[in-house]
Design a protein around this ligand. Structure first.
Ligand code: NDP
Length: 451
């Protein structure tokens, strides 16, 4: 067995009940195979074995009281995976599906994503099985305060800087930061995604979605294709989906789908600025459901179906896909159907939205495939810029941050493409992103000796 296969076999044996973490590890480890003969030093220092084990896992109970006075208990997690190249950095996810394996998969991916941005950030992730959906603002605040009551002792501007993710947006970050400030009495850059009034960065809300589109533009440019006029599919209707659609509108592309956990909208006329405004208001302020969009704009709504199933069942053509909801939303059948219906570019806004079989379909059909750790790195990149602004106590303009974001996405694309070329699979961004992200972390770990 090769070194890599040994590490995988060990993970499968030990990490029982963590399928997402094993899936993410297998994808990364397989793509590192070309490094093995060239870096015997990594084998000697057991870097492959070490990188799949988190520095530490913090698990805690989160007791809080709901509006009816009843005590509720949730599980809280923070997985500090690797801080070789900078303070731990990665979002918090509040969703009923959250468990240790999901947080470990996200934290593991975050190591390579953060390294790819070229900014000094280590990898971490956290969250809770708390579901903000259907809760009052008061309940969300009480939960966030209870969560921070334990988390605060593990984080810090130079230690670990969490941010948002699914279920953690501006409202939750406000409550979390407000409580941290109250108990620690230090106005530091301990969270990113903050409001502009208290240390946030312009463009942070837009960054992941904009970045996924910038990454698609870079991939398309390698084939002299302009995104203007292209038919695009977007899944989800949260932070990433919203700003993916906004950037597509700016660039003259046509987004025809949007979804939430209850169903999918297909709007073949395209989602324009007015319709997007409706979505922003519906999702971010009224916290309503996408079915309202179908009623208002009189377009088809497919209840309890995801975007990729609908596109397959209805045989709808799209050219560029932006999966932006959750992990494993595209399986092999849906990937094949996307290819059959003319899709030639996929830029992953979500983390690991295509399962391993789907990724293979895209790669085997020469689809330009941008894996999440590269394509959605714009969010954490601007979080890194938020940390930089906080530490120099300055704020940069919208244009400055957007410009820096574009340059970072171009660099990520170039580094991933060059690494894919160097290691013999030009244009395979999965291999390229994993190797480019891994090298920097592995070299730092090696420099530190056995710690
Ligand atoms: P949000 O909570 O803002 O939105 C998530 C969207 O996906 C919602 O429309 C939600 O529907 C839908 N969704 C979530 N889980 C499921 C599910 N199991 N089944 C069906 N629909 C689901 O999250 P974000 O937009 O921030 O995150 C989306 C993805 O992007 C995640 O994979 C996240 O890890 C990734 N990501 C986010 C970054 C960021 O900066 N926000 C950075 C990098 C990656 P509903 O409204 O019904 O809950």
């Amino acid at each position: 067995m090769s070194v890599i296969q040994d590490v995988i076999a060990n993970l499968v044996e030990k990490e029982i009940g963590q399928p997402e973490f094993i899936q993410a590890s297998i994808e990364v480890l397989h793509s590192l195979e070309p490094l093995v003969p060239k870096h015997p030093d990594f084998i000697k220092a057991k870097i492959y074995d070490r990188i799949v084990i988190p520095d530490r896992v913090i698990m805690f109970r989160v007791p809080w009281v709901d509006d009816s006075g009843e005590v509720q208990i949730n599980r809280g997690y923070r997985v500090q995976f690797n801080n070789a190249i900078g303070p731990y950095k990665g979002g918090l996810r509040f969703h009923p599906s959250v468990n240790l394996g999901i947080i470990k998969f996200l934290g593991f991916e975050q190591i390579f994503k953060n390294s790819l941005t070229t900014l000094p950030m280590g990898g971490a992730k956290g969250g809770s099985d708390f579901d903000p959906k259907g809760k009052s603002d008061n309940e969300v605040m009480h939960f966030c305060q209870a969560f921070m009551r334990e988390l605060y002792r593990h984080i810090g501007a130079d230690t670990d800087v969490p941010a948002g993710d699914i279920g953690v947006g501006a409202r939750e970050i406000g409550f979390l930061y407000g409580y941290y400030l109250k108990i620690v009495n230090a106005n530091t850059s301990v969270l990113t995604g903050k409001g502009l009034e208290y240390g946030g960065s312009l463009i942070r809300p837009e960054a992941t979605g904009y970045g996924a589109v910038y990454f698609a533009q870079e991939m398309l440019a390698t084939r002299d294709i302009n995104i203007n006029g292209k038919i695009c599919a977007v899944s989800g209707s949260g932070n990433v989906a919203q700003y993916t659609i906004e950037k597509l509108i700016h660039l003259g592309a046509k987004a025809i789908t949007i979804s939430d956990s209850n169903g999918t909208i297909v709007d073949e006329a395209g989602i324009d600025q007015e319709k997007l405004q409706f979505i922003l208001e519906l999702k971010n302020y009224r916290r309503g459901r996408m079915s309202e969009y179908a009623q208002k704009f009189k377009v088809p709504y497919y209840e309890n179906k995801g975007v990729w199933d609908v596109l397959r069942e209805q045989n709808i053509k799209v050219e560029v896909a932006f999966p932006s909801a959750h992990e494993n939303e595209i399986d092999q059948n849906n990937a094949q159907s996307l290819v059959n219906n003319g899709c030639y570019c996929v830029s992953e806004g979500a983390n690991m939205p295509s399962n391993l079989d789907a990724v293979n379909v895209f790669l085997n059909h020469n689809v330009l495939f941008g894996p999440g750790k590269a394509a959605n790195a714009g969010g954490v990149a601007v979080s890194g810029l938020e940390m930089a602004q906080n530490s120099i106590r300055m704020t940069w303009s919208r244009e400055e941050v957007d410009q820096k974001l574009q340059v970072i996405m171009q660099n990520i694309h170039r580094n991933a493409l060059e690494a894919s070329e160097t290691y013999g699979c030009k244009g395979n961004y999965v291999v390229g992103a994993n190797i480019a992200g891994f090298m920097k972390v592995a070299k730092a770990m090696q420099a530190y000796g056995i710690v």
